[in-house]
Design a protein around this ligand. Sequence first.
Ligand code: GLU
Length: 434
Amino acid sequence: MADLRLPTNTIVRPDKDRFLNEENPFEAMMSRFDRAAELLDLEPGIYKVLRSAEKEITVSIPVMMDNGEVEVFTGIRVLHNTSRGPAKGGIRFDMNVSLDEVKALAAWMTWKCAVVNIPFGGAKGGVICDPLKMSVGELERVTRRYTAGIIATLGPDSDVPAPDVNTNERVMAWLMDTYSMHVGHTVNAVTTGKPVEMGGSLGRREATGRGVMLTTLQALDHLKMEVKGATVAVQGFGNVGSIGAQLLAEQGCKVIAISDRTGGWHNPKGIDVLDAMAHVRKHKTLEGYGKGEAISNEALLELEVDVLVPAALENVITTKNAKNVKAKIICEGANGPTTANADTILDEKGIFVIPDILANAGGVTVSYFEWVQNRGGYYWDEQTVNDRLKNIMVSSFRDVLKLSQQHKVNMRTAAYMVAISRVATVHRLRGIYA
Ligand code: GLU
């Protein structure tokens, strides 16, 4: 077998000593990658391969708007690494989408799939648009034209999208239909997170929140903390935050604060999560919920709680507020809620962080189950899905914890080490095609 290992003194780390712009998601992700790569003594060849995306696609998306005018949107799809299997990762519709962000998120997916050891590589996509200002028809036309624009990369064996920020089951149904029309037959394994009626998996919608609950229970157990009555604050009340909160409450935790982009609510006696979810179903947001004291998103992060679940956006725990975080455990439901520089502060404070690539990997894990079910044409009941998800989340948590104890590093670095070594092993086995 070819040995790609070179003497370590030849390692080239171009960005290592540069000032870290903690707001840039690609740099933040790569600084974590660099640390883990260094500890693994990763050979320079593989280091360079893993630092670059395999494919970056940018497409113009002309769309006839409802007012009869043509608007041109920009769509991006990045495949970071496909050494372990088809590229996997969501598509987001958001004004903040940029190539840098999508590249970071695509690499994140490579690590996330590797940390839970599912046979996928990493990808991410996005369209720069404001879906809240668009009609259903406009959204459908954007989705279909974007799908047509990136169709060459898509396919159950090559690139399998899923929902992400501001996309959902309906968007995945349009994507699957567009792809199927192009290839001339129905291919439901081209995307995951579909409606159950057309090949979606039972349990997929709840999967990320379930993973948050499962990894939090593992952390509580590791720190010998009681589950019953453990206080929880959740930032973000979308799919991940609300379901994570509800499942933690079901386990006996006391959810004392929740928030969304309209602000939050704090009630030391505990919030009835199902009741708050019913409010959101009716009013779209938590605005006016009123069962507790109003609290800002910033203040929620600094509450004295056992568990803090940032399940909204990137970069909310930064060098500015990390010193004020009082939680004992942070379970990162969102992708990248903690900046790289804030990690050091959280470490110094002894806060146990369950990193995003582990904490929110429940979603992509059940995406994998969906893809398996689609390809086998045989569907599992919800209990089977949940049991298999639990096995994967618990064993992944334990793998990461073990490595963190062996190397005396935090959970984030350990998670990157597990992931990078799994991807690097496959590169060594496959060698470089020339
Ligand atoms: N968008 C989700 C994530 O960031 C799910 C990706 C997938 O299921 O492919 O993990």
